[in-house]
Structure formats: structure tokens, C-alpha cells
Write a protein that binds this ligand. Sequence first.
Ligand code: DP6
Length: 331
Amino acid sequence: MKATCQAHSNIALTKYWGKRDKQLMLPNNGSVSMTLDKFFTQTTVAFDPKFKKDEFVLNGKTLAEGEEYSEVKGHLNLIRTMAKGKENAKVVSNNNFPTAAGLASSASGLAALSMAAAKAAGLNLNEKELSILSRRGSGSASRSIRGGFVHWLKGEKSDGSDSFGDQIASAEHWPEFRMIVNIVKTTQKKWKSRAGMAQTVATCPYYPTWAQTADADTLSMRELILKKDFTGVGQLAEFNALKMHATMITTRPSILYWQPTTVELMHNLMAWRDEGLESYFTMDAGPQVKVMCLEKNEKKLVSKLKEIQGLEKIEVCKAGPDAKFLDKHLF
Ligand code: DP6
């Protein structure tokens, strides 16, 4: 059986940083994200008894060993166990944006893999079950099954059955909302989120404060999105991102994702905001700065951003769609 899926990446408005269960990928706090219309992963999976081993081709390159291959293989094993299948798989996956550069390639990648592999294995999963399966591959992938604005529920149960992506509102709810992705550098990042967050939980003296306050931020964010309160969403998203980065920076050894251009952008946005051009920023496990604004300020902001040296690319995104199956396979 062969299946192909397209899942879009997402950017968190309140962040996930730290696990309470590494095996099941259960978070210490809930998080809220926006699914992006422009950035996605397409993945085709086929299971076949004639395949001698699992094969994984990412962006045209065959990966036969290493961390990414092991992660995909581990996830396929989980799906084979669920489906009581034994056949090896071929997985071909393409990102239409830089991989592992803080643009949530693991979110769209693991969501697309989960959805395509589950179908190819003959499993018939609903959206909640697909989100839970995606979460087992990468926490933030639980938010990429649905479009629009999504709340990854922290959940209480030890088996993780209540920790999944719950759509707050579809993309149509807030068509004026923009996320401008500023690509500062596209080389692979030094600290992957998984290792970074484990190190933060283990060594950052401020982490307990993060864990105590992140859920309240997430619940407020949910309400602000429903009310379409742009100033509220922007202020809280920026504060929450800086709080997360404060824990990263004060981890031992320090995890500093910012580049000079990252800091320059933050200063500029704050100054433009003081002059009346309303926008807010958020950042993840990489140097990129994602700028939130409303449609009315998009053109002015983009022209000002274009003047900043050291930016490789500027992409304006809106809220994107649900993950979906495609008829056209990649092999
Ligand atoms: C900073 O979901 O990539 O982007 O669950 O270990 O795969 P794993 O981590 P991942 O972490 C994302 C961290 C973040 C914040 C966020 O997206 O909420």
C-alpha cells in the first residue's frame, strides 16, 4: 500500500519547551501555534515485502544511517506495531523550505510521515489519533495535523491519550493575520530542539518558572485568538518567546540561537512599533525571526525589512490548511 500526504509547518505563539515523558513525548506545558500556508512537507510511504530494509530519501538524498534515519525507522516501527505489520518501507520526503533551521521541519515532516505511513499500513486513524501519533515522532508535529490556530493540550494522563492538537480556529477565522518569516541563515543549527530542551530542563535555574507560567500563557493565548485581539496575541507571543529564550541562554552550556541579525531585527521592530507600526516577533530553535502583523501593515513592514542586511529571504505567511492526502505520489 502506498500513500502520500502534505502537512504544513507551524510556528508556536506560546512555546513547548521541556518534556515530562521523553518516551511518549509528553510536554511539561501546553502550547499554541499557527499553521503556515507557505511551508510544507510532502511525503510518500509504501510498505512492501520486497523491500530489504527501510529506505528514507529526504530532499533527494538517501539517508541510510544517522539520527534522522533512526528517527524515521523508530517511527515506522511504532506504526508497524500498531498495524501488526512486518514489511519494510520506502519513504520519500520533500520540504519546500530549509530543513532543521528553526523553521519547524520536524513538525511538518513527522506529521506528513505519520499520516502517510498510517494510511499505507492500513490504519484508519481520526485526526486526534493522527495528532497523537505525530506527537510520538516530534512534539510540535502534533500541532501540524490541523490548520489555522492549534492548541496542543498538555494532557494529564500518563498514557498521553489526552495530549493532542486541538484546533482553536481555522485559517478563515483570521485572514488578516500575517507571520513574516525572516530567514537569517540556512545552515544546520548546532543544538537540535530535542537535546536543547532536555539540557534546559536539567540545568537552567529558571526553568521551574517557565514551567509554572507557560500554561497560563497558553490558555490566555487561546482566548486572545478567539477574540482576534492582535495586540494581545502579539504582546503575549513576544513575551513568551523571550521567556523561553531566557531559559535557553541560561542553560549550561548556554544555548544561544541568536545571530547579530536576529538582535538587529528585534531592535528595529521595537523601534518601528514605538513609531506606530505595530508588529511583534517570535523565535524558535534557530536564528530566524518571525514577525506577526496585520494585513494593513504588511507592505510597509516588508519594505523596511528588505533594507536589513544579512537577511537571506523574507516570506509572508498566512494561516494554512489541515494536513491532507495527495493523489500524486513522489515515487
Ligand atoms: C522551540 O517539537 O522539535 O520550536 O518533541 O523533541 O521533537 P521534539 O521537539 P520539537 O520542539 C519544538 C520547540 C520549539 C517550540 C515550539 O515549537 O513549540
